[in-house]
Design a protein around this ligand. Structure first.
Ligand SMILES: Cc1cc2nc3c(=O)[nH]c(=O)nc-3n(C[C@H](O)[C@H](O)[C@H](O)COP(=O)(O)OP(=O)(O)OC[C@H]3O[C@@H](n4cnc5c(N)ncnc54)[C@H](O)[C@@H]3O)c2cc1C
Length: 466
């Protein structure tokens, strides 16, 4: 579009829009287009900073009518930076914040600009929580639509298992609520199908009584990683759902609360989270504290759930270089452990990590076809994350992550997790949905036949039965 026509068209949008329209010439353009992964540098034509569903409808209609590429930004955390597009329109929801807790019914209404921390803060005041991810700065919207794994997964399932309904603006600009009783096909699809089906303007979640957890990191020298992992793979799946724990390779950061003598040391960590009674938690941890000799660092103690959720935030501020890949595993045979120890003990950079986390328990008791998220029978996720402050490390963290992934992938269950993928192509998107892909493609054809919502881990619309 030429400049004059473009200006007239933007005036037309501005007349229908209440929030800010940020354009390349706007003074805050560079700040607003910045997202979590510092590797991503995209230049949209318009960033539509929405204030309500009315703004979302106006922005979606405008992008469709003017055939502009459209991306949707929640918390801006996706590794591949899918929320920002070049030369198109960004439906930016980050100003739409708000959580209304209904303590009587144990539900929360959450607006799409909320981070996990916003949700935790609001629900914690009532001694309630819904399962989310492990860093409080992550956007609730994208995390939920992709599935949502974290510290409470074994106890209360994936985030989508706690979704009651979602208000949505569809590709044709219409507004619907998706739930078990309204548009159940759409409700099935958005529980794992990502941003393919429309823009969610409000989520309603089920809450659970979780206030203080017995939790935190227990660290051992990385030399013990092989022994600890062989024990961990047998131990955790045999425990009650109230115990969760993510095994992590990382380097001890140079900051409190980590003791100075261990700063910079590579370690094997289990970040525990016990949601049961304190006595039960202490009884569970007592033998573990002896099993491999006393841990180098043991910060496991009673803490408020939001404290656990925010524990890593300061180490990973926005703007770092970030490249990651993930896999699902049904089991962790000795050979897979040996390869993961080899790479995990030699992280690409001090900020890089690799984490094995459980997805059994409550999440694993849901059928593979009950929601779009189709890896319920897997027991573990492995996420390999190359991170650096320095853009010059981009090649190194990318290569290390890919090499690590290639080394362990032969033992994986296959598949992919759309929340923890870069732009990895159609084959990996299909692998994420395995037997559910065709049903998703048919639902996509019903709700977004022209693939307006295509800047995501894209499911191509295809006619068929669903
Ligand atoms: C530091 C960090 C920690 C993480 N930890 C976890 C974790 O513990 N567990 C886990 O499961 N994942 C985790 N993730 C992955 C995270 O779930 C995804 O990156 C997710 O996309 C983030 O959501 P967002 O709203 O911030 O994303 P954005 O980048 O804003 O959006 C990602 C995509 O989601 C879609 N989307 C976002 N909002 C909406 C909406 N309202 N309506 C429709 N579509 C929308 C769009 O397609 C968009 O492209 C983590 C990511 C990071 C960077």
């Amino acid at each position: 579009m030429c400049a004059i026509v473009m200006n007239e068209a933007i005036d037309e949008l501005a007349a229908r829009f209440r929030g800010d329209l940020v354009l390349p010439e706007s003074p805050d353009y560079d700040e607003v287009r910045r997202i979590y992964n510092g590797m991503i540098d995209r230049r949209p034509a318009i960033i539509a900073r929405c204030t309500d569903a009315g703004d979302v409808i106006a922005a979606v209609n405008y992008a469709r009518e003017h055939e502009l590429p459209l991306s949707v930004r929640g918390g801006g955390h996706h590794g591949a930076g899918l929320s920002m597009c070049d030369d198109g329109l960004v439906v930016d929801l980050s100003l739409m914040k708000g959580v209304r807790v209904d303590p009587g019914h144990r539900t929360a209404l959450v607006l799409p600009g909320c981070t996990l921390g916003d949700v935790d803060h609001a629900t914690h005041a009532f001694g309630l929580a819904t399962p989310t991810g492990i860093m409080s700065t992550t956007g609730m919207a994208g995390l939920t639509l992709g599935g949502g794994t974290g510290h409470l997964t074994r106890r209360y399932g994936l985030t989508i298992d706690n979704l009651i309904s979602a208000d949505m603006v569809l590709a044709d600009g219409s507004f619907v609520t998706a739930s078990e009783s309204e548009h159940p096909d759409l409700f099935w699809a958005i529980r794992g199908g990502g941003g393919n089906f429309g823009v969610v303007t409000a989520f309603q979640f089920r809450l659970h009584p979780v206030h203080t957890v017995y939790a935190g990191p227990m660290c051992w020298d990385v030399e013990k990683a092989d022994e600890i992992l062989r024990w961990y793979r047998e131990f955790l799946p045999a425990q009650e759902d109230e115990l969760g724990g993510a095994f992590t390779f990382r380097v001890i950061p140079a900051r409190a609360p980590f003791p100075e003598e261990h700063w910079g040391r590579p370690v094997a960590i289990i970040i525990w989270c016990h949601t049961g009674a304190k006595e039960r938690a202490e009884a569970a941890f007592a033998p573990i504290r002896e099993m491999f000799g006393p841990p180098l660092i043991d910060l496991v103690r009673p803490m408020a759930l939001p404290e656990l959720q925010a524990m890593s935030d300061a180490m990973y501020p926005p703007g770092l270089q970030w490249y990651w890949k993930a896999d699902f595993f049904d089991d962790l045979p000795d050979e897979a452990i040996a390869r993961t120890v080899e790479f995990g003990s030699n992280l690409a950079t001090p900020l890089s990590i690799a984490q094995i986390a459980p997805i059994d328990g409550a999440a694993g008791r849901v059928a593979n076809d009950a929601t779009a998220w189709s890896w319920r029978d897997a027991i573990w996720t492995l996420v390999i994350v190359g991170v650096s402050e320095d853009p010059a490390d981009m090649g190194r963290i990318t290569q290390w992550t890919r090499d690590y992934w290639e080394a362990v992938h032969p033992w994986s269950a296959g598949g992919a997790y759309v929340n923890m993928m870069m732009d990895e192509g159609q084959e990996r998107v299909r692998a994420a949905y395995r037997g559910n892909y065709d049903r998703l493609a048919a639902i996509k054809a019903r709700y977004d036949p022209n693939n307006l919502f295509r800047l995501n881990q894209n499911i191509h619309p295809r006619t068929g039965t669903a």
